[in-house]
Ligand binder design. Sequence first.
Ligand SMILES: NC(=O)C1=CN([C@@H]2O[C@H](COP(=O)(O)OP(=O)(O)OC[C@H]3O[C@@H](n4cnc5c(N)ncnc54)[C@H](OP(=O)(O)O)[C@@H]3O)[C@@H](O)[C@H]2O)C=CC1
Ligand SMILES: O=C(O)C1=N[C@H](C(=O)O)C[C@H](O)C1
Length: 255
Amino acid sequence: MTDEQEKTPAGPLRVGVLGARGRMGIEVCKAVEAADGVELVAAMDQGDDRSAASNAQVVVDFTTPDVVMDNLRWCIDRGISAVVGTTGFSEQRLEQVREWLARKPEVGVVIAPNFGIGAVLMMQFAARAARHFESVEIIEQHHPAKLDAPSGTATHTARQIARARAEAGLGPVPDATKDEVPGARGAEIDGVRVHAVRATGLVAHQEVLFGATGETLTIRHDSYDRASFMPGVLLAVRAVRSRPGLTVGLDALLD
Ligand SMILES: NC(=O)C1=CN([C@@H]2O[C@H](COP(=O)(O)OP(=O)(O)OC[C@H]3O[C@@H](n4cnc5c(N)ncnc54)[C@H](OP(=O)(O)O)[C@@H]3O)[C@@H](O)[C@H]2O)C=CC1
Ligand SMILES: O=C(O)C1=N[C@H](C(=O)O)C[C@H](O)C1
C-alpha cells in the first residue's frame, strides 16, 4: 500500500481473512462480502501465501492456537489491524501482543473469546452474579471437531468469575468430593471447575451454574449457527482501526 493509496478517502474497508476455508472463516467471508462499507480483498487458508493479504487494512483470524501468534506478528509488523477469534490466548500471549503493539502505536488488535453478542452478555451476567454465590461451575458444550478444551469462552468466564470472587473476599468454592476417576470433577481454572462436553449436533453452548443455600441460578447461552458470531465480528472489523492497542473481549465495543 503506497502512502498515496492510504491517503485516498472513502472506499470500502479492505478486509483479509485467515483461516478462510474453516468453519468460521467461510462464514466471515460471506458476512464481509454481504456487508456495507467493507470489501473482502484476501481469503487465505493453510498453505496459501499470506502476503496476498498485505493490502488489507484489517485482517480477521480464525485459524488455530498454534499459528495465530505468527499471524498476529505478521499483521502488526505490516501495520495491519487485526480481529482475532482464534482461541489459546494466555496472559503471557496477550502480554506478547501488547509488546509488539508498543512498536506500532497506530495498529489496533481486538481479541475476543466469543463474538456472539448473547455470549458476551452471558459472561457479563456471570461476572456480576459471581460475588453472590458460594458455589459455581461452568459447563461448556461444543461440536466434536473442536480442537481445544476447555473453550476460550469458558476460560475467560472462569477468570472473570474468579476475579469477582476475589474482589468480594469469597474463599474457595466448597467441595469435599474426592475424584475416584481423574477428571470426574472437570478441570480447574483459577479455582473454578470447568466441564467440557463434545457431541455431534452441538455448535457452541455454555452454562454457568451458581449455588447458594436453598437456590441455584443457571445462566445459559446457545449458538445454534455460526451466523450468530457475525454481528460481533463485523462490529470489531469496523471499530478496530479506531482503537489502537489491544482490546480483549467485545465488552468495550458494545458500551
Ligand atoms: N471467538 C469466537 O467467537 C469463535 C472462536 N472460534 C475459534 O476460532 C478458531 C477456528 O475455529 P473453526 O473455524 O471452527 O476451526 P476450523 O478448523 O474449521 O478452521 C481453521 C482453519 O484455519 C486453517 N489454518 C490452519 N493454519 C493456518 C494458517 N497458518 N494460515 C491460514 N489458515 C490456517 C485451517 O486449515 P486446515 O484445516 O488445513 O488446518 C482451517 O481451515 C478456533 O480456535 C475456535 O475455537 C470459533 C468460533 C467462534
Ligand atoms: O471452536 C468453537 O466452535 C468455538 N470456539 C470459541 C471458544 O473456544 O470459546 C467460541 C465459541 O465457543 C465457539
